[in-house]
Design a protein around this ligand. Structure first.
Ligand SMILES: NC(=O)c1ccc[n+]([C@@H]2O[C@H](COP(=O)([O-])OP(=O)(O)OC[C@H]3O[C@@H](n4cnc5c(N)ncnc54)[C@H](O)[C@@H]3O)[C@@H](O)[C@H]2O)c1
Ligand SMILES: [Zn+2]
Length: 681
């Protein structure tokens, strides 16, 4: 050590300490602080320094060791065959150098060498031991020589056979593979964790490793873990397989899942083509991979090549660009979605993540900002995997500048200035601007014109989009000011259809209070709630003036709906839009105030088949107005089934259960009577 430059020695000592700490956090705590990219750069740097100064190499240097010592919670199990690491190739040049090294050692110049290529799954490595076909042990990699016995946890994975398939299993089989969590499984797991306020994982690898090392196997059983086999460590007696790829096929026969992407290729060219093709496919695989594992296929040649301290000589891994990188959070913007949801979006110092430049990432919602404790100016870790939007997964607190700014969730919508609602028990904050908010305009108008709302014939989605994009329609009241002549200028709109639309708009002005309330698109106010509100308050003025307590006294209206309705009518923009609509001539008959007779209260009705005189929705609304609940399926509790034309299984079921069935004529007769009785009272 004496000859080395003291500065180099300092750096080596510092790198080792950092890497040891990173290994502990990664392998034992499953909570890394460094990104893999940062870790790999440090390890690379240490390797370079040690190669230039061989006298500095120590046996316990992170360049010489694998993983980390097992954690105390589990029994220590020694590996009969060590579980090693893999060398890395970070470029196509390094892949060629690997192939050259192998050829040199084997003195196999000129002959094409066969390599087996597979995705390098990013999860946790485990080893499974089978005796006479029976799973007897499952162990983590640990430090490569000793791992943690986690057999009970591994038994909960459906993709791990508890018994090998086939009549004549080998006396001994030790299989190695990766336990992973797919992107879909990972999102679902974290969604659940956020809901239940438990640990949210930064990436699928940490989630997989953390889930495997649960002290309670019942917890492991609830995690979406999958096992994919990639290596045979021991098989006795030998089955006569000559290559790695043949062994993989045999594992398939035993009942293991192996990679579907596995392929045998020739020479450096073949490897490079494979790596490029898999790189292209990476985003569509549905699980994380961090590269390609390249193995000499011939088992005899593998034995001839042997091992060095940390890794086999017959294999290497080609590393893909990392899926996590760090960068600076420059600002946070709040975006308004089509339904008013407010999403905080991180504006980042552009950074290349897994081959794509990322300058925005989602921060989900206010809870996530609080959970991450992220501030403007922070250095953050960004993850981009598959086709999921990039996310901020972690803050590097130790790099927080003194002037980092707290993120303030706005109180007013950035698109329209309306109040943002952040309701207790709901994670998503929303703009209450509804009809007025430009971000929500198209959706609001589609809803406004829809069949169950104002039912404007001929005003479809495409037309609404064209009208909004031209800014001919900003609020729904503008619809009623459209002129046929102007409409005819739109693509695919002739004179006739323009005139029809104007006529339909005119017709739609005559509506009901219930439809009008529904058409406003107040959050969580569906058809039934709108009808209840109309019936209860009798007039729009009364509804708009109602306080939260009055609203909560309406049938089926709880505190959340009451709050939505109340806030909606407090927004000046919404009040203006409503006045404007009334000025355009929208009208309805005032509903009679007060309790109305509800002859069908407490009854459940079912409508099936086609009605002639009205749509099923109309029939439903009329029955509901009389107090009935209209259900989708027949049960013993059904009071009556209305069977229209071509009524099928529901009618049969009703008849079998002895539930009364009536036809359309009878329904019309009864409705007429009930509705008359109602207006008489
Ligand atoms: N962020 C951190 O702080 C931190 C700390 C330690 C390690 N790491 C990361 O871990 C990796 C290095 O760790 P390592 O030694 O566990 O792995 P490695 O890169 O040396 O590769 C060996 C591992 O590859 C896996 N593997 C996946 N598919 C395989 C296949 N088809 N055939 C054979 N093996 C396959 C196995 O789990 C095996 O243990 C690096 O990517 C590094 O960035 C990160
Ligand atoms: Zn808004």
């Amino acid at each position: 050590m004496s000859q080395a430059d003291p500065e180099v020695l300092d750096e080596v000592v510092r790198l080792r300490a950092e890497l040891d700490d990173a290994n502990y956090r990664y392998y034992v705590l499953d909570e890394p602080r460094l990104t893999d990219a940062d870790y790999d750069r440090r390890l690379r740097r240490l390797q370079v320094l040690e190669e230039a100064n061989p006298e500095l190499v120590t046996a316990d240097s992170p360049t010489q060791r694998v993983g980390a010592a097992p954690d105390a919670g589990f029994p220590e199990v020694a590996h009969a065959v060590p579980m090693l690491s893999l060398d890395n190739a970070f470029s196509e040049e390094e892949v060629k150098a690997f192939v050259r090294r192998v050829a040199d050692r084997l003195e196999a110049h000129g002959e094409p060498l066969a390599f087996c290529c597979e995705p390098k799954l990013d999860g946790a490595a485990v080893s499974l031991v089978y005796e006479h076909g029976e799973l007897v042990a499952g162990v983590t990699r640990g430090d490569g020589r000793t791992g943690e016995g986690i057999t009970s946890n591994l038994r909960t994975l459906r993709s791990i056979p508890l018994r090998l398939r086939g009549d004549d299993p080998p006396a001994l089989l030790e299989v190695r593979g990766e336990v992973i969590i797919s992107h879909a499984g990972f999102e679902a797991l974290n969604d659940r964790a956020r809901e239940e306020d438990t640990k949210v994982f930064a990436n699928p690898r940490n989630a997989a490793a953390g889930s495997l090392r649960q002290l309670d196997p019942r917890v492991t059983a609830t995690r979406p873990l999958e096992f994919s086999a990639y290596q045979v460590a021991r098989i006795e007696p030998e089955q006569g397989d000559a290559s790695h790829s043949q062994l993989m096929a045999r594992l398939g026969d035993f009942g293991f899942r192996t990679s579907q992407e596995l392929a045998v290729v020739e020479g450096a060219e073949g490897i490079i083509d494979y790596c490029r093709a898999l790189g292209e496919k990476r985003d569509r695989l549905g699980y994380d991979i961090d590269g390609v594992v390249i193995k000499v296929d011939d088992l005899r040649l593998q034995r001839e090549l042997g091992f060095v301290a940390r890794a086999p000589r017959w294999a290497t891994s080609f590393k893909f660009p990392a899926q996590e990188e760090t960068t600076r959070l420059n600002d946070v913007e709040f975006q308004v979605g089509r339904t008013g949801a407010i999403t905080p979006v991180a504006r980042l110092e552009p950074v290349s993540v897994a081959g794509v430049t990322v300058s925005n990432a989602t921060l989900h919602n206010a809870d996530e900002i609080a959970r991450l404790d992220v501030r403007i100016g922070d250095t953050v870790a960004i993850r981009r995997a598959g086709d999921v939007i990039p996310k901020v997964v972690r803050v590097l607190e130790e790099r927080r500048p003194v002037d980092a700014e707290t993120i303030v969730f706005p109180e007013h919508c950035p698109a329209c200035g309306s109040q943002i609602e952040h309701l207790e028990g709901e994670v998503v904050a929303r703009c209450s601007g509804g009809l007025f908010c430009p971000a929500q305009r198209k959706e609001a108008l589609k809803h406004f014109a829809s069949r169950r709302a104002l039912d404007i014939d001929g005003l479809g989605e495409k037309l609404i989009e064209a009208l909004v994009e031209r800014e001919w329609v900003i609020t729904p009241a503008d619809l009623f000011r459209l002129e046929a002549q102007r409409l005819a200028e739109l693509p695919r709109m002739g004179t006739k259809s323009s005139e029809n639309l104007v006529a339909a708009l005119d017709k739609a002005k005559r509506t009901t209070l219930a439809r009008f309330i529904f058409a406003l698109g107040i959050r969580e106010v569906g058809e039934t709630t709108a009808a209840n509100l109309a019936r209860h308050f009798g007039s729009l003025e009364a509804l708009m003036a109602a306080d939260v307590a009055a609203l909560e006294s309406v049938d089926d209206v709880g505190p959340i709906v009451a709050a939505h309705v109340h806030t909606f009518f407090r927004q000046p923009h919404n009040r203006e839009t409503i006045e404007d609509l009334l000025a355009c001539g929208l009208s309805w008959q005032e509903e009679t105030i007060g309790e109305r007779p509800q002859p069908l209260a407490g009854q459940s009705w079912v409508l099936t088949g086609t009605l002639e005189s009205m749509t099923r929705d109309e029939g439903k609304a009329r029955l509901q107005a009389l107090g009935a609940k209209v259900a989708g399926s027949v049960s013993k509790k059904t009071a009556c089934v209305v069977a229209g034309d071509a009524a099928g299984s529901k009618r049969e079921k009703a008849e079998q259960m002895g539930v009364p069935v009536i036809d359309e004529d009878e329904l019309l007769g009864r409705l007429a009577e009930w509705e008359k009785g109602e207006s008489d009272s």
